[in-house]
Design a protein around this ligand. Structure first.
Ligand code: ATP
Length: 412
């Protein structure tokens, strides 16, 4: 069953709001076997809405529209749809009561403009909005279904989950689609493509599809099948081969993040961790504590951005700072070893790098970064030369540090 999504809103076109509704709808609908054929993003203008509907209804069985249902003058979707379906607006008493309660419960005045929200096209099914005032609407015409939902993401999601998806699940004949994603850190997509050429060919010869999904410091590889569960075992085998070929980079499958995986390993090994951060200035600690229950293994961190604080808080030797510089193996080693003692943890991870855009020297270009991990009996250090962009350098440092401790914890 073909589904199209229409996102209405000028703010989406000028980049003021990211169209998260369309990506959420795409994910939820494809999970249920819908074939998402198109996503349109259009402005709040009558002719745009009408033209897009005309074009979309030629191809799709179900059209889902979001946005423009509010009480203000720029919200025109309801009026345009009423006209499009040659319908008329009538008062929907249940909605009127609900909207009135919505305002009373919040101690807010109920204005005339709010009555407009209870004016609904006569021939549509009303989809209750328990999170806001504008209800959703379900129209049927010439065997096609058109659903209009508010633009506010949490309102749209609640109506979808409670009212729309249960109905759609009953009528959809799902395409047999299965996909799984492998996650890799510390290797670029071109290196993977080069190293895994034969593996990739074999995937395609098995009529499976491979997609590269790179982001800063990570590459996700999605293998998908149009034959559904028939190919699950084959896909698992391909992931197993990938893991064997790139064990230092392959950290997991699915949605689990590197921080979640490291957290689980720390719990399994009954170990604690702390950070001594310079260039990441707390981002590594924040990544640890973004996972619920992090207090089981994460004890805390020291942010020592300046050389003075490296000496005061982490007792880094002044001579080493002067001789080798803050971004050096000697200094990052001291930060990790001393940090481990000061924080009383099993592992201390230290970071020091030149994030840019300034601070580079001829021998240390922007992106030069040292990471050290101190444990009871040894210190592992690694030098990276990332890129020119400050934010990406910080992110890559965090992810590389997590991958380094992952490798220690799995014993490789
Ligand atoms: P309501 O009647 O509940 O106010 P609405 O249908 O009028 O909803 P809009 O006015 O279009 O919704 O948008 C309301 C808010 O939702 C805006 O802040 C807008 O940026 C956000 N929003 C709208 N469409 C999307 C979208 N596709 N993705 C993410 N946010 C969106």
């Amino acid at each position: 069953m073909k589904v199209s999504i229409i996102s209405i809103g000028d703010e989406l076109l000028i980049g003021q709001t990211i169209n998260t509704n369309a990506s959420w709808l795409g994910a939820e609908l494809s999970k249920r076997g819908a074939d998402i054929s198109r996503i349109h993003t259009i402005s709040d203008q009558e002719n745009e809405i009408i033209q897009t509907l005309d074009c979309t209804l030629k191809r799709a069985d179900i059209v889902i529209i979001t946005g423009g249902l509010g009480p203000t003058q720029d919200d025109i979707t309801k009026n345009v749809l009423t006209k499009y379906f040659q319908d008329e607006l009538v008062i929907h008493h249940e909605t009127l009561e609900r909207v009135r309660n919505f305002f009373t419960q919040r101690n807010l005045p109920f204005l005339d403009v709010n009555i407009q929200q209870a004016m609904i096209p006569k021939n549509c099914i009303v989809l209750n909005n328990l999170e806001g005032t504008a209800p959703g609407m379900w129209f049927e015409k010439d065997g096609k279904i058109i659903i209009s939902l508010p633009g506010v993401p949490h309102e749209m999601k609640t109506i979808m989950l409670q009212e729309v998806l249960p109905r759609i699940e009953k009528i959809i004949s799902p395409i047999k689609y299965y996909s799984k994603t492998a996650n890799l850190q510390g290797i670029g997509e071109s290196y993977i493509a080069e190293k895994m050429k034969i593996w990739e060919q074999s995937i395609r010869e098995n009529n499976l599809e491979l997609a590269y999904l790179p982001s800063t410091g990570l590459v996700r590889l999605r293998i998908s099948s149009k034959k559904g569960n028939e190919d699950v075992e084959r896909i698992e085998n391909f992931f197993h081969e990938l893991q064997q070929a790139l064990p230092n980079n392959f950290y997991g499958v699915g949605d689990e993040t590197l921080a979640q995986i490291v957290g689980k390993l720390l719990i399994k090994n009954k170990c604690t961790v702390g950070t001594a951060e310079s260039c990441t200035a707390g981002d590594l600690a924040a990544e640890f504590v973004s996972i619920p229950n992090a207090s089981t293994y994460f004890k805390g961190g020291i942010i020592s951005y300046s050389n003075e604080l490296k000496q005061q808080l982490l007792h880094v030797n002044k001579n080493n700072l002067e001789t080798y510089g803050a971004v050096s193996e000697q200094v990052v080693t001291e930060m990790a070893v001393n940090g481990r003692n000061i924080l009383s943890v099993d592992y201390c991870i230290a970071t020091s790098g030149i994030a840019g855009p300034t601070g580079n020297t001829t021998s240390k270009p922007i992106g030069t970064t040292w990471i050290a991990i101190a444990s009871k009996d040894k210190v592992i250090t690694k030098k990276f030369v990332f890129e020119q962009n400050r934010q990406r350098n910080i992110r890559r440092t965090v992810l590389s540090a997590l991958n380094m401790i992952r490798l220690i914890l799995v014993g490789s």
